[in-house]
Structure formats: C-alpha cells, structure tokens
Design a protein around this ligand. Structure first.
Ligand code: FAD
Length: 425
C-alpha cells in the first residue's frame, strides 16, 4: 500500500501495478484539489532518467510541457550571463523540461485506475498505522476503515503523518529563507524568452519562469522569520509598494515594462515555508518513507520532484525483486516479511547519500544567493564587470549545476543505468 499520490507515490504505484503487483494508493485530496496551484514544474535530466527507467517516458502528450530555454541571471538590472539548455555538451544531453505536475499526476492516476492490480482511494486520509508483532501491518483511514498490507510506503510529503506515527525522527537542517510564490497571467507573452530568470538587486531577489500550463510563476525570497516568540515583524508586510512594482524595480527595462503593464494579472502571494531535513531512518519493519517524507527538499534548483522520482525508481526495482516468485522460492526458509525489510534497508542505503549530497549543494546555492542579496558591493562589481566577469561566473555556475542536474548516484541497478537519456560528462 502507498500513501500519498505525489510524484513519489503515483510513479511507484504505476510501476508496480504495470508489473501486476497488487497495490493500493491512498490520497487525502479529492480529485478536484489535486490540481493545487503550486506544484513544482521542473524535471531535471536526472528526474527524466528515472522516468525513463520506470517506463514512464515519453510523457503523455496531453500533459502541458516544454523544454526550458535556459538560465539567465540579472544583477542590478544588468544581465550577468545566460546559458542555454541543455547545459551539458554531450549530444545525448536532454534539457530541463517544464511540465504541469497536476496534469501529469492526473494522467498517471487515470492509467492506474484502469489497471486490474491497482486500487486508488482518493479523498481518503490515512490517520494512523496498524501495528502487530513489531511490524507495521497497514493503515487506519479517516473514515474508520482499517486497511491491512504487507508493506506501507509513506509518500505523504514533507509533513508526513506516518513518519511521525512511526517515530522516525526528522532531523531538520533549517533554511535561512522562505518564499512568497506568485502567479501572473500577463496580457502579452512574457519577455523571459523561456528562460528561468533570477533577478537580484538592492531590495531583493526573485526568480521567474514561463509556466508549462500558461502564465508566469514568480518566487520572491524572504529571510526566514523568527519563531512566533520573536518580536521582529516582517518588513515586507509593512511595505505598501504594490508587488508588480517591487518586481519591476529590480528588473531590466523590457521585463520591468512588461511587469508594470501586467500588474492586474498578478495574484496575491502564497507564503511557502521551506522545510529541509532527513529522517534519521527511512524504514521500520513493514514501513518505508519515500520522497519528501524521507527527505524534505528546498525548492532551490528544483530537486524535490526529481529526487522523489529517483527514490520511486529504486524502490520499484528493489520491491519487484523482493516480491518476485523467484525470490520467494530461492529463500523459502525465510519469512517474506524479512525479505521485504531487507529490501527497505537497501532502498535507504542506495538513496540516502544522493539526497544528503544534493541538500548540501542546495544549501550552497542558497548561501551564494544570500551573499548577492545582502552584499551590494559584490552585486555592483559583478554587474559593472558583466562583459568580462559574466562568462567566468557562468562557467563556474555550469560546473556547480552538474550534480544537481545529473544526480550523484544511479537510482537504477547495473541493468538500468544504460537506459538513462543522459550521458554523464
Ligand atoms: C513552490 C514550490 C516549487 C517547487 N518546484 C519544484 C520544481 O520545479 N521541481 C522539483 O523537482 N521540485 C519542486 N518542488 C518540490 C516538490 O514539489 C516536492 O519535493 C515533491 O512534490 C515531493 O514529492 P512527494 O511525492 O514526495 O510528495 P508530495 O508531492 O508532497 O505528495 C504527497 C502527497 O501525499 C498526500 N498526503 C499527505 N498526507 C496524507 C495522508 N495522511 N493520507 C493520504 N494522503 C496524504 C498529499 O495530499 C500529497 O498529494 C517545489 C516545491 C514548492 C513548494
């Protein structure tokens, strides 16, 4: 049984059900609110490689999708550099691809509902775990039903209730930043040229991109506020300047003019608290944490969906091997439960190092952004020297992105590695 129909849970359920493994997917949201406004959109090459290994490429044609054109950095209203996608120079390189995540999950859920091995329970919240003989034996649903299962996969996101119930402590790394997330539906196409554009100036830092499903998404970085006991009020709340004007004030002329002209299409910000951490342990007998439930990711450089898919890819491989009749026959003296638990330990051992490394690299990227946000002399020096310094910084930045795009360990076993659409440099 899998709890949570995000990218981790849905892709794993589909992979297992396509292989005729009985699977129940439980999701708290009703179908209509699965279309939540802010679900990440960027599939990096390493996420696409996991999809390919799970047999989930090509993406369904009905899912809004487009390759990202490139990455662009603007300091003090001047372009520092712009790099085209894909950043890798290999002929096998694939670009970062933007997708409508709700549409993709919707397509996967529809296919899942059509497969005889799958049962999909939407609008059903798992409220607790069933225990027996020191193992997790299933879940309790909010409607009172108790669903038994030989394995529960908790893919219920960063606030995972099942992780808490299993007392799998989350070691929080903490984040110096949070985000305000905006959607803007402009009258004219945006001048972002299909690039993920980061803009930094004396009053702040924001990123913007053309969403795969239309409109523009913008994220404004804010310093993490002190806890409720702290007394400092958010300076942003007391600033009456309209948001479109705040974005425009940092932007180069063409973007600034478009932002001002599109001001009426800018929706109110949604505050997003950034949560980063690692569960001290990813499994207990009969229970596995996957995706954000095991390792909540910062949104910096779009790693969360991609790592969730890579976790699902490894989990599918290990679970299918552990559940295969051949595995049972070869180890007839063992309990199937123990065989499953050993697979859970292998999944954690194979996946934890990559999520830890990429969280560290995300933190490095956040530190560099904060340095630019807070050090005016550095911004001004880079902006003034952009024609000479831009290519140097771009080369360094491209190098730093490699693990965040290609991953650091393979989620596929030896047989699957060749199936990656991305050749390592
Ligand atoms: C603004 C923003 C932008 C982002 N952009 C990107 C991006 O571009 N690329 C990227 O890779 N990542 C991005 N991320 C991160 C990414 O969205 C997450 O890391 C990713 O969705 C994690 O996938 P998951 O399947 O582990 O969990 P989730 O996607 O969080 O899914 C968990 C599911 O479990 C369900 N659930 C929770 N509790 C229960 C329960 N008790 N019972 C039943 N169901 C339950 C929830 O309703 C949810 O559907 C972004 C995050 C944010 C906030």
């Amino acid at each position: 049984m899998i709890v949570g129909a995000g990218p981790a849970g849905t892709s794993l359920a589909l992979r297992l059900a396509r292989a005729d493994q009985a699977v129940t997917l439980v999701e708290a949201s009703p179908p209509e609110s699965l279309d939540r406004q802010f679900r990440g959109e960027a599939l990096m090459p390493h996420g696409l490689a996991a999809l390919e290994a799970m047999g989930l490429l090509p993406l369904p044609a009905a899912v809004p999708q487009r390759p990202l054109a490139g990455w662009r950095f603007v300091l003090e209203q001047r372009e520092l550099f712009r790099l085209a996608e894909p950043l890798e120079v290999s002929p096998a390189a694939v670009p970062c691809t933007l997708i409508s995540q709700p549409a993709l999950l919707g397509q996967w859920l529809r296919e899942l509902q059509s497969l005889p091995a799958a049962q999909v329970l939407l609008a059903q919240r798992a409220t607790g775990l069933l225990w027996g003989g020191g193992r997790v034996r299933g879940v309790q649903l909010a409607d009172g039903r108790a669903l038994e299962a030989s394995l529960v996969v908790a893919a219920d996101g960063r606030g995972s209730r099942l992780r808490q119930q299993a007392e799998l402590t989350l070691l929080r790394t903490g984040s110096p930043i949070d985000l305000l997330w905006f959607r803007l539906d402009g009258h004219d196409p945006s001048p972002l040229d299909g690039c993920f554009t980061t803009v930094v100036g004396p009053t702040g830092l924001f990123s913007a991109f053309d969403s795969a499903s239309g409109g523009v998404q913008l994220g404004w970085v804010v310093d993490r506020q002190p806890s409720a006991s702290g007394s400092r009020r958010n300076a942003l709340e007391s600033d009456a300047t309209p948001w479109a004007e705040r974005f425009a004030a940092l932007s180069p002329a063409r973007l600034a003019a478009w932002l001002r002209a599109s001001a009426d299409g800018l929706q109110e910000p949604v505050p997003l608290r950034v949560e980063v951490g690692q569960a001290k342990r990813w499994w207990r007998p009969g229970l596995l944490l996957l995706g954000d439930a095991a390792h909540p990711m910062s949104p910096v450089r779009a790693q969360g969906i991609n790592l969730a898919l890579r976790d699902a890819c490894t989990a599918a491989e290990e679970l299918l091997a552990a559940l295969s009749p051949a595995a049972g026959a070869a180890e007839a003296e063992e309990e199937g439960a123990e065989r499953l638990d050993r697979a859970l330990a292998r999944i954690e051992a194979r996946r934890r190092p990559e999520s830890e490394t990429l969280q560290r690299l995300q933190a490095d990227e956040t530190r560099r952004g904060n340095l630019l946000r807070h050090q005016g002399w550095l911004r001004r020096t880079l902006a003034l020297g952009a024609p000479w310094l831009g290519p140097l910084v771009a080369g360094r930045w491209r190098q730093q992105q490699t693990p965040l795009r290609l991953g650091v360990t393979s989620p596929m076993g030896a047989s699957g590695a060749a199936g990656s659409p991305v050749r390592r440099q």
